[in-house]
Design a protein around this ligand. Sequence first.
Ligand SMILES: NC(=O)c1ccc[n+]([C@@H]2O[C@H](COP(=O)([O-])OP(=O)(O)OC[C@H]3O[C@@H](n4cnc5c(N)ncnc54)[C@H](O)[C@@H]3O)[C@@H](O)[C@H]2O)c1
Length: 292
Amino acid sequence: MATSQIKDCQLCFIGGGNMGAAIIGGLLAKGSTSQQNVIVSEPWEVNRKKVEESLGVRTTTSNIEAARDANVLVLAVKPQVAKGVCQELAASWSDSNRQQLPLVVSIAGGITLNALTQWFTVNDGRTPRVVRVMPNTPALLGEGASASFAGAGVSEDEKKLVTELLEGFSKVTEWVDREELIDVVTGLSGSGPAYFFLLVEHMVSSATALGLPKEQAQRLATQTCLGAGRMLVETSESPAQLRINVTSPKGTTEAALKSFAESGLQETVNVAIKAAVDRAEELGNAAFASTG
Ligand SMILES: NC(=O)c1ccc[n+]([C@@H]2O[C@H](COP(=O)([O-])OP(=O)(O)OC[C@H]3O[C@@H](n4cnc5c(N)ncnc54)[C@H](O)[C@@H]3O)[C@@H](O)[C@H]2O)c1
């Protein structure tokens, strides 16, 4: 591909919802790209206005128009609509005899490279190079965690370009060596922020039920999680050691941890993450089999 740095690329986002907007917000905040270099295709007026007003980037309702000059196309739609979007773009590339197809970065949960490659095939047989990426919503703050798997034909330079894109909104960027592992990453860090928020919700409601005012409980729980998260990042201790450091023998934490273990917390987490991984696969299979 002609451009070698993200700041020189025309970036097109197909879908300006939660994740698309979070990625653009992170990239702009870090200065990895500029507003003029981003265009978002978003059919829903509410989200289109939000993207225009909060991020100041160009928007359109036409996927074809958004993709026209793109070097990098980020597919940020729900898995259920991905097929139609890819086929619409491939048909437009067939009609226009576009020479250089964009590098596609798909964040669509569960949608396989095999499906994307088929849907994106242009009538002369060409297909764009595709990288599957699983980011997460802390991207908005430049605190994302993303993992990628590159499809056939993606060059080392293109992988570097994708890494640079991801570093614009992620603190952790990993490449996995088997495509199925993207679904595992989806169950871990893609969906992970929601597990964390749920835990905070439960901690707050427990403390509230025991008499602490909700706002106080919320402030205390939030800072506890932020502080604990920073300890994970900033100390060289393992999560297990950090847990042990909090746990006085025969103390309060030990009582709570014993209760978690007796309730089967590890098994609960195993089952939940497996449910997310299985669902990613199901979404991919359903989208591939769909006629739409
Ligand atoms: N939200 C997350 O935490 C997260 C994390 C990682 C990956 N993902 C993946 O990102 C993708 C988007 O998720 P989201 O949470 O941003 O969903 P979302 O519903 O917030 O955003 C999707 C956007 O696509 C738009 N859209 C619908 N049809 C379209 C079309 N034909 N052309 C262009 N745009 C269209 C919708 O109006 C919506 O604004 C999904 O595939 C999801 O699996 C999401």
